[in-house]
Each structure stands twice: as C-alpha cells, then as structure tokens.
Write a protein that binds this ligand. Structure first.
Ligand code: PEP
Ligand code: MN
Length: 360
C-alpha cells in the first residue's frame, strides 16, 4: 500500500501507477477525503516496493502480504473502524447503510406465473429485491437444473411487473455476459466461492455481486474471493453468510449451520456490506425466522430468503406442459410463505432497532 501526499497531482499519481506496472503489479487508486492511497494488486513477494518511496507524491510505502487487501477495512482508512460499511446500490436499493434490506423470492424459476406472483407477494410483504435462480447449482445432476435464459426472461417479466431489482445466480464464465444483461445483482453461490475464473469474470462486469461464503471457507478465504472480484474493477461486492458445513448436521438441526458470529467478524475485517441467507443455512422452514433474526441482531445489513406461494406444493402435478412436468420445487422444505416473510420483515426491523448494532 502506498499512502499519497496530500495534494499529490494526477500526473504524479499516474507516474506512480505506471512505476507499479513496471514492477509487474497492478494498482487501485482509493481517493479518501483527507488521504488517498494506492493499493497494490498482485504478488508482492520478491518485489521491493520501497523503490517507489522516492517518487514525487508518495508519502509512505507499506508492503502488505495478506491474502486479501482490496476488501480489507484496515487498508481502507476512509471507512473508519466503527463498522461503517460501503453502501452498494442494487437497482437503486442501498445495501450497507442503516436499513435492513430484504431480498426474497423463489429458490428457482419454473414458470412466469410462479415468479411474477411470488414477486408481487414478496413485495407486498416488504422485500425490496427479488431473488430467483434461472441457473441452479444442484448437488445431483438428476435434479432440476434451471430454465437458463428462459428463466431470466421470466425474472425480467417479474421485475417489470413489480419494479423489484433482480438478484440471480451465475454458474459459468460463459454465461456471465448474458446474465449480466438481466441481473441487477449477480449471485456467486457457495460452491463457486473458489471458482477464480468466475470471480474474475463477474469482476469484469459493473453489476453488483452477491458473494456467498463457501460453506467451509475461513473468513480470509471469503475475503480473498472478494478481492478477486474487486481486482478486476468491480467494487460493488456484498458478502453473504449462508451457513457452514459441520459434522453436527441432522434433519432436525438443519442442512448447514449459520455462522452468526462471522457477521460482526467479517464487518470488522472488511468494509463490504454483509447479509445472511437463513434459508440455505438451515434448509428448514421453521428455522428460517430464528436464524434470520439472529443474523440481524448480529449486525447483518440484510437477509436473502426463499419464499414460495401458499399454493406451491413440494411436487408440481404432472401436467401437459413439459416444463411443469419435470419439476419438483427445489428447496421446498426451506421456503417460507409470503405471510411468514411479512412477519420476518417486521420482526427483523424491530430486532434491528432494538439491538442497533449496525452503525451503517
Ligand atoms: C441459492 O441461493 O439459490 C443457492 C443455491 O445458495 P447457496 O449457493 O448458498 O447454496
Ligand atoms: Mn435454494
């Protein structure tokens, strides 16, 4: 990291950055109110950054050898140490300030009616962003894999109907460009937390990224994944805690374990906003509310929740329509109803107000 002298000129900054380039490294300029810095991107081992110390405009050179730098709160003094996060705007909705942001919708998109009706219901319940998977990462290749492009069109129809921005998952580098045309936020799923090419590819877009924590990732691995995205120039990353794999899972205890303490811990280490997914963390409808409220009490900036209509069953009746025939609603067991979502939204706001641990 290079701290710049107050009043360093654009020409001086340009020279410093090209000198960093000549060392085989990339850089990011962070303009602060009182102090600006240049973050060095790349492998600093074997490079003596101190050779830059004499350049006009440089005040101080601090080599940093850490798995993540760009997402680090310590290296971004402009955000301070009091838990203030960088707000990320998703279709006009700010994530990371003092409002709890609720994203909700079906786990997967099956047909237009389903997603449009669910979107209307979650909006009515207080959600401000619509979730829904068109590309689904399934544990078994025999499970429903998503409708792909067609599903994106259906999400778009729901957005047009409700005005809700869309968060949807992208699984493959080859789909990033097309998904980015529809999505207001690109979701990277837990299983892709170390798919470095995918992280880089979403980093090349300018669409905000919802970065799920890998279910066995340490905080530093999660933040290093965020650095992959930011290093490509996309600074709009929101972290999402979605449960860890532990040896203690059971049908009663849920599919994963929501790592509640990771929320304040990640907020201390990084200035990026942090939300939680109590649906995928628990895999059980009855655990979604308590886990979601615990996350909010721990300082989450928002929640992402699977919701199904009352009328959606665990298995769609076999019908004439090929698309309907091949589906059983994925993650049915963890989806809450719009009514339950309404109650979660009210309680989440009350918990947030009562605990007031979020400092924006
Ligand atoms: C999802 O949100 O639909 C999903 C598959 O989540 P995760 O990657 O956390 O399992
Ligand atoms: Mn799901």
């Amino acid at each position: 990291m290079l701290e710049l002298r107050a009043g360093a000129t654009p020409q001086e900054i340009e020279k410093i950055r090209s000198a960093i380039g000549e060392l085989g490294l990339r850089s990011r300029l962070v303009v602060g109110e009182t102090k600006s810095t240049i973050q060095v991107i790349g492998d600093e081992t074997g490079v003596d950054l101190h050779v830059l110390a004499g350049l006009p405009g440089v005040e101080k050179v601090t080599p940093v050898n850490a798995p993540y730098k760009l997402a680090s709160r310590k290296l971004h003094p402009e955000y301070g140490l009091n838990g203030h996060s960088r707000a990320v705007s998703v279709g006009g909705v700010q994530i990371g300030n003092s409002d709890i942001v609720i994203m909700a919708g079906p786990c997967a998109v099956y047909n237009e009616n389903q997603v449009v009706e669910t979107a209307k219901a979650v909006k009515e319940a207080g959600a401000v962003i619509l979730r829904g998977g068109a590309y689904k990462p399934r544990t078994s290749p025999h499970s429903f894999q998503g409708l792909g492009k067609e599903g994106l069109e259906m999400l778009l129809a729901a957005k047009q109907e409700t005005g809700l921005p869309i968060v949807t998952e992208v699984l493959d580098t080859r789909d990033v460009e097309s998904v980015a045309k529809y999505a207001d936020m690109l979701q990277i799923g837990t299983r892709n937390g170390q798919n470095f090419e995918l992280l880089k590819e979403v980093g090349r877009t300018r669409v905000p990224v919802l970065l799920k924590r890998q279910f066995d990732a340490k905080l530093e691995d999660w933040l290093a994944a965020a650095d992959y995205v930011i290093a490509e120039g996309n600074y709009d990353v929101v972290l999402c805690e979605r449960g860890m794999k532990t040896p203690f899972q059971s049908a009663e205890n849920g599919r994963f374990n929501l790592d509640v303490q990771a929320i304040p811990a990640a907020k201390a280490l990084s200035y990026l906003p942090v939300i939680a997914d109590p649906s995928h963390a628990t895999g059980r409808r009855m655990l979604v509310m308590p886990a979601g409220l615990a996350a909010v009490a721990a300082g989450a900036h928002g929640l992402i929740v699977d919701v199904r209509r009352e009328s959606d069953g665990p298995v769609i009746e076999y019908g004439q329509d090929e698309k309907i025939r091949r589906t059983a609603y994925c993650d049915y067991e963890q989806a809450i109803t719009p009514k339950e979502l309404g109650s979660l939204v009210l309680k989440a706001n009350a918990v947030h107000k009562a605990t007031n641990v979020m400092t924006g």
